[in-house]
Design a binder for this molecule. Structure first.
Ligand SMILES: Cc1cc2nc3c(=O)[nH]c(=O)nc-3n(C[C@H](O)[C@H](O)[C@H](O)COP(=O)(O)O)c2cc1C
Length: 184
Protein backbone atom coordinates (compact mmCIF):
# COMPACT_ATOMS: atom_id res chain seq x y z
CA UNK A 1 0.00 0.00 0.00
CA UNK A 2 1.39 3.39 -0.99
CA UNK A 3 0.35 6.07 1.50
CA UNK A 4 0.74 9.80 0.91
CA UNK A 5 1.32 11.99 3.95
CA UNK A 6 0.68 15.55 2.80
CA UNK A 7 1.02 18.43 5.25
CA UNK A 8 1.25 22.12 5.85
CA UNK A 9 3.75 23.31 8.44
CA UNK A 10 4.80 26.83 9.42
CA UNK A 11 7.40 26.15 12.10
CA UNK A 12 8.07 22.45 11.47
CA UNK A 13 6.15 20.48 14.12
CA UNK A 14 3.48 19.15 11.72
CA UNK A 15 6.31 18.00 9.44
CA UNK A 16 7.99 16.19 12.36
CA UNK A 17 4.67 14.45 13.13
CA UNK A 18 4.30 13.50 9.44
CA UNK A 19 7.79 11.95 9.54
CA UNK A 20 6.89 9.96 12.67
CA UNK A 21 3.66 8.66 11.04
CA UNK A 22 5.64 7.72 7.92
CA UNK A 23 8.24 5.87 10.02
CA UNK A 24 5.56 3.89 11.87
CA UNK A 25 3.75 2.98 8.62
CA UNK A 26 7.04 1.97 7.00
CA UNK A 27 7.74 -0.32 9.98
CA UNK A 28 4.34 -1.91 9.31
CA UNK A 29 5.42 -2.65 5.73
CA UNK A 30 3.79 0.24 3.85
CA UNK A 31 5.40 2.51 1.29
CA UNK A 32 5.06 6.16 2.21
CA UNK A 33 5.62 9.50 0.49
CA UNK A 34 5.85 12.78 2.37
CA UNK A 35 4.76 16.03 0.70
CA UNK A 36 5.03 19.55 2.07
CA UNK A 37 2.07 21.16 0.28
CA UNK A 38 3.81 24.51 0.24
CA UNK A 39 6.45 23.01 -2.07
CA UNK A 40 4.68 20.27 -4.01
CA UNK A 41 1.18 19.41 -5.16
CA UNK A 42 0.84 15.63 -5.36
CA UNK A 43 -2.15 13.99 -7.03
CA UNK A 44 -3.94 11.76 -4.48
CA UNK A 45 -5.00 9.48 -7.38
CA UNK A 46 -1.40 8.19 -7.44
CA UNK A 47 -1.76 6.68 -3.94
CA UNK A 48 -3.83 4.02 -2.16
CA UNK A 49 -4.63 6.30 0.76
CA UNK A 50 -3.83 9.74 2.08
CA UNK A 51 -3.06 11.32 5.45
CA UNK A 52 -3.26 15.12 5.66
CA UNK A 53 -1.84 17.25 8.48
CA UNK A 54 -2.05 20.97 9.19
CA UNK A 55 -1.35 23.30 12.11
CA UNK A 56 -3.43 26.14 13.49
CA UNK A 57 -2.20 29.72 13.20
CA UNK A 58 -4.58 32.46 14.31
CA UNK A 59 -7.49 30.04 14.25
CA UNK A 60 -6.88 28.62 10.77
CA UNK A 61 -4.99 25.89 8.97
CA UNK A 62 -2.41 26.66 6.26
CA UNK A 63 -4.01 27.94 3.04
CA UNK A 64 -2.05 25.44 0.95
CA UNK A 65 -3.74 22.62 2.87
CA UNK A 66 -7.28 23.97 2.64
CA UNK A 67 -6.82 24.70 -1.09
CA UNK A 68 -5.33 21.26 -1.82
CA UNK A 69 -8.14 19.49 0.07
CA UNK A 70 -10.76 21.61 -1.75
CA UNK A 71 -9.22 20.74 -5.13
CA UNK A 72 -9.10 16.99 -4.39
CA UNK A 73 -12.09 16.53 -2.10
CA UNK A 74 -13.96 14.14 -4.45
CA UNK A 75 -10.87 11.89 -4.74
CA UNK A 76 -10.21 12.02 -1.00
CA UNK A 77 -13.82 11.05 -0.24
CA UNK A 78 -13.52 8.05 -2.57
CA UNK A 79 -10.42 6.59 -0.84
CA UNK A 80 -9.27 5.91 2.73
CA UNK A 81 -8.08 9.24 4.11
CA UNK A 82 -7.22 10.71 7.51
CA UNK A 83 -6.64 14.15 8.96
CA UNK A 84 -4.61 15.39 11.92
CA UNK A 85 -4.78 18.93 13.22
CA UNK A 86 -1.89 20.34 15.28
CA UNK A 87 -2.42 23.17 17.74
CA UNK A 88 -1.41 24.73 20.99
CA UNK A 89 -5.04 24.68 22.11
CA UNK A 90 -4.87 20.88 22.29
CA UNK A 91 -1.99 21.26 24.74
CA UNK A 92 -4.20 23.48 26.93
CA UNK A 93 -1.84 26.36 26.31
CA UNK A 94 -4.38 28.89 25.07
CA UNK A 95 -7.75 28.31 26.73
CA UNK A 96 -9.10 26.30 29.63
CA UNK A 97 -11.12 24.02 27.32
CA UNK A 98 -8.32 23.50 24.81
CA UNK A 99 -9.40 20.17 23.35
CA UNK A 100 -12.90 21.45 22.55
CA UNK A 101 -11.42 24.53 20.85
CA UNK A 102 -9.00 22.44 18.76
CA UNK A 103 -11.74 19.95 17.86
CA UNK A 104 -14.04 22.81 16.79
CA UNK A 105 -11.38 23.95 14.29
CA UNK A 106 -11.09 20.41 12.88
CA UNK A 107 -14.89 20.04 12.66
CA UNK A 108 -15.24 23.44 10.96
CA UNK A 109 -12.53 22.64 8.41
CA UNK A 110 -14.01 19.23 7.53
CA UNK A 111 -17.53 20.63 7.29
CA UNK A 112 -16.53 23.59 5.11
CA UNK A 113 -14.45 21.42 2.78
CA UNK A 114 -17.03 18.63 2.53
CA UNK A 115 -14.26 16.11 3.23
CA UNK A 116 -15.23 12.95 5.13
CA UNK A 117 -11.99 11.24 6.21
CA UNK A 118 -12.11 7.77 7.78
CA UNK A 119 -10.62 9.32 10.91
CA UNK A 120 -9.22 12.52 12.31
CA UNK A 121 -7.33 13.48 15.44
CA UNK A 122 -6.28 16.57 17.32
CA UNK A 123 -2.62 16.67 18.37
CA UNK A 124 -0.75 19.09 20.59
CA UNK A 125 2.03 21.02 18.86
CA UNK A 126 4.99 22.96 20.16
CA UNK A 127 6.02 26.44 21.22
CA UNK A 128 9.29 27.11 19.43
CA UNK A 129 10.16 30.44 21.04
CA UNK A 130 13.78 30.20 19.91
CA UNK A 131 12.73 29.75 16.27
CA UNK A 132 10.28 32.67 16.13
CA UNK A 133 11.16 36.17 15.03
CA UNK A 134 10.69 38.82 17.74
CA UNK A 135 7.13 39.66 16.66
CA UNK A 136 5.91 36.06 16.79
CA UNK A 137 7.77 35.54 20.08
CA UNK A 138 6.14 38.57 21.70
CA UNK A 139 2.73 37.70 20.33
CA UNK A 140 2.83 34.06 21.44
CA UNK A 141 4.25 34.94 24.86
CA UNK A 142 1.44 37.46 25.44
CA UNK A 143 -1.28 35.00 24.36
CA UNK A 144 0.21 32.11 26.33
CA UNK A 145 0.75 34.26 29.44
CA UNK A 146 -2.98 35.07 29.54
CA UNK A 147 -3.71 31.34 29.66
CA UNK A 148 -1.10 30.79 32.38
CA UNK A 149 1.12 28.75 30.02
CA UNK A 150 4.88 28.48 29.48
CA UNK A 151 6.49 31.88 28.90
CA UNK A 152 10.24 31.31 29.20
CA UNK A 153 11.21 32.47 25.71
CA UNK A 154 14.81 31.32 26.14
CA UNK A 155 13.67 27.75 25.45
CA UNK A 156 11.28 25.72 23.30
CA UNK A 157 8.39 23.59 24.59
CA UNK A 158 7.18 20.46 22.85
CA UNK A 159 3.73 19.23 23.91
CA UNK A 160 3.16 16.61 21.23
CA UNK A 161 2.10 13.28 22.70
CA UNK A 162 4.17 10.90 20.55
CA UNK A 163 2.23 7.90 21.89
CA UNK A 164 -0.96 9.51 20.52
CA UNK A 165 0.82 9.98 17.16
CA UNK A 166 1.85 6.31 17.19
CA UNK A 167 -1.73 5.24 18.04
CA UNK A 168 -3.02 7.30 15.10
CA UNK A 169 -0.43 5.74 12.77
CA UNK A 170 -1.38 2.30 14.13
CA UNK A 171 -5.04 2.91 13.31
CA UNK A 172 -4.12 3.93 9.75
CA UNK A 173 -1.86 0.89 9.36
CA UNK A 174 -4.60 -1.49 10.54
CA UNK A 175 -7.14 -0.13 8.02
CA UNK A 176 -4.50 -0.45 5.27
CA UNK A 177 -3.70 -4.04 6.29
CA UNK A 178 -7.41 -4.93 6.10
CA UNK A 179 -7.66 -3.30 2.66
CA UNK A 180 -4.65 -5.31 1.48
CA UNK A 181 -6.20 -8.55 2.76
CA UNK A 182 -9.52 -7.84 1.04
CA UNK A 183 -7.68 -7.37 -2.27
CA UNK A 184 -6.24 -10.88 -2.16
C1 LIG B 1 1.94 33.03 15.02
C2 LIG B 1 1.31 31.81 15.63
C3 LIG B 1 -0.08 31.75 15.81
C4 LIG B 1 -0.67 30.62 16.39
N1 LIG B 1 -2.04 30.59 16.54
C5 LIG B 1 -2.62 29.51 17.14
C6 LIG B 1 -4.03 29.47 17.33
O1 LIG B 1 -4.78 30.34 16.93
N2 LIG B 1 -4.55 28.39 17.96
C7 LIG B 1 -3.75 27.35 18.41
O2 LIG B 1 -4.29 26.41 18.99
N3 LIG B 1 -2.41 27.36 18.22
C8 LIG B 1 -1.83 28.40 17.59
N4 LIG B 1 -0.47 28.43 17.40
C9 LIG B 1 0.34 27.27 17.84
C10 LIG B 1 0.70 26.34 16.68
O3 LIG B 1 -0.43 25.65 16.19
C11 LIG B 1 1.74 25.34 17.19
O4 LIG B 1 2.91 26.07 17.51
C12 LIG B 1 2.08 24.25 16.22
O5 LIG B 1 3.01 23.36 16.80
C13 LIG B 1 2.64 24.79 14.90
O6 LIG B 1 2.88 23.73 14.01
P1 LIG B 1 3.91 23.88 12.80
O7 LIG B 1 5.27 24.01 13.44
O8 LIG B 1 3.77 22.63 12.02
O9 LIG B 1 3.50 25.09 12.04
C14 LIG B 1 0.14 29.53 16.81
C15 LIG B 1 1.53 29.59 16.63
C16 LIG B 1 2.12 30.72 16.06
C17 LIG B 1 3.62 30.75 15.88
Amino acid sequence: MHILIAFGTTEGQTARIAERIAARLAEAGHTTSLADLEREQPDPCDFDSVVVGASVHLGKYQGEVTRWVARHVATLNAMPSWFYGVSLSEAGGLTADGHAAAQAIIDGFLETSGWHPVGSTSLAGALMYREYNWLKRRMLKAIVAKAGGDTDTSRDYEYTDWFAVDRFAGEIGRVQALARLSER
